[in-house]
Design a binder for this molecule. Structure first.
Ligand code: AMP
Length: 400
């Protein structure tokens, strides 16, 4: 790997109190090192840094993102990668919201940072952390191009009927209110992998992708271009998620504000932290939910049933929107690892050409694979997502 270090890209996914990172080769996808900084700003901060089989840990207070990255860079240096000296190709940053302005990978300049800061109003939980990560990386690696890759980009060209909310058009226009969609890097990467797996031109494949992780979204993709997705102005809309409930009647919020005295912060907490699987069962991790269900917990069972019900509702919608579907694909933590969710999501749909082979579905296989019988009309697939690789490749291509 050391002979190729001038081609490596460092990918950063900066959250409000965490930074996930990978140093990787955008051509081969080989990961040179990876790690996670957690609990930034707290007394018990932690970093786990992995190079090959070697894992290095740090525990102790981490004041802010810059301090966290500084520690990470020291760990890189101790394990053979002096990031300031190896001629990094780029630092690729995951940025959640690109608004109407950013829909392509973009080299970060002062002007871009200003525009990103203005967009924070659309993604107050995510964009400020993304920006802090970019600023820290810029300071620590001044000569290296910083590239922002947007979660919303893939969905920029959604058809007008799919991206428009039926509210006062002037209000919507004045405040940038439209459906933007998120997890775009994952939906784009996975739908591309599907076409490759089916050995078909992406332009010929009509497909539905379920990205089911802690956050969850689905997309309908016709010939490589999305025609609909479940997330909207923010990542709150659509499917049931770990701590977000997805679609709800907006009247619930009016009712709670009028009758329960909830203010903006209260609504924010309810929608972002205390809803979804967590709101219904008390836990947000799907494995814990499964344990509760196995122990006979009724709230956990209901949470699961609501989760599957919503998945199927969107599956039905997207089958109709697309009219013809070549592939249905599951990705991310739950989608890649839960045969039960996949089987329950697609149960009883034989008349639509949708079938799952139970042996294939239950196989403990980490690779991208087909889980439908070979002769099924619709290919059902499991495809591991790889947002880091997609971001590294986007940054690399932009600079080529
Ligand atoms: P992600 O956001 O893609 O990292 O996905 C996180 C979610 O995947 C969490 O809810 C995990 O509980 C879930 N997950 C991870 N592994 C498994 C598994 N083996 N079975 C079911 N869910 C899993």
């Amino acid at each position: 790997m050391s002979g190729r270090t001038n081609e490596l890209v460092l990918v950063l996914n900066s959250g409000s109190s965490s930074i996930k990172y990978q140093l990787l080769d955008p051509d081969s996808g080989a990961v040179a090192a990876s790690g996670l900084v957690e609990r930034i700003g707290e007394e018990n901060g932690a970093i786990e840094h992995q190079t090959g089989d070697r894992v290095v840990e740090h525990e102790g207070p981490i004041a802010d993102h810059k301090a966290g990255l500084q520690l990470v860079f020291e760990m890189f240096a101790d394990t053979g990668y002096d990031l300031a000296g190896i001629g990094l190709r780029a630092v690729g940053h995951r940025v959640v919201h690109g608004g109407e302005v950013f829909y392509r990978p973009t080299v970060v300049t002062d002007e871009v940072l200003t525009a990103l800061t203005e967009l924070s109003v659309l993604a107050p939980l995510h964009n400020p952390a993304n920006i802090t990560g970019i600023e820290s990386a810029r300071e620590l690696l001044p000569g290296v191009p910083q590239v922002a890759v947007f979660d919303t980009a893939f969905f920029h060209g959604l058809p007008a009927a799919a991206k428009t909310y039926a509210i006062d058009a002037e209000v919507a226009a004045a405040h940038g209110i439209r459906r933007y969609g998120f997890h775009g890097t994952s939906h784009e990467y996975v739908s591309g992998q599907v076409a490759a797996l089916l050995e078909r031109d992406p332009g010929e494949v009509d497909q539905i992708v379920f990205h089911l992780g802690n956050g969850a979204s689905a997309s309908a993709v016709r010939g490589g271009r999305p025609i609909d997705t479940t997330m909207g102005l923010t990542p709150l809309e659509g499917l049931v998620m770990g701590t977000r409930g997805g679609d709800i009647d907006p009247g619930i919020l009016l009712h709670l504000m009028r009758s329960a005295g909830l203010d903006v912060d209260g609504v924010d907490r309810l929608l972002n932290r205390n809803s979804g699987i967590k709101g219904l069962s008390g836990v947000n991790d799907f494995r814990e939910l499964q344990r509760l269900i196995d122990a006979g917990d009724a709230g956990a069972q209901l949470a699961y049933d609501v989760y599957i019900h919503r998945l199927r509702r969107y599956l039905g919608a997207y089958l109709v929107e697309l009219g013809r579907v070549d592939a249905i694909t599951f990705t991310a933590g739950v989608g890649e690892n839960s045969p039960k969710v996949r089987a329950d999501a697609l149960a009883g749909l034989e008349r639509f050409g949708i079938r799952i082979d139970p042996v294939r579905n239950n196989a403990k296989d980490r690779a991208a694979r087909r889980i439908s019988p070979d002769d099924a009309e619709v290919a059902v697939l499991v495809v591991p997502t790889n947002e880091e690789l997609a971001i590294a490749r986007a940054a690399d291509q932009l600079l080529s």
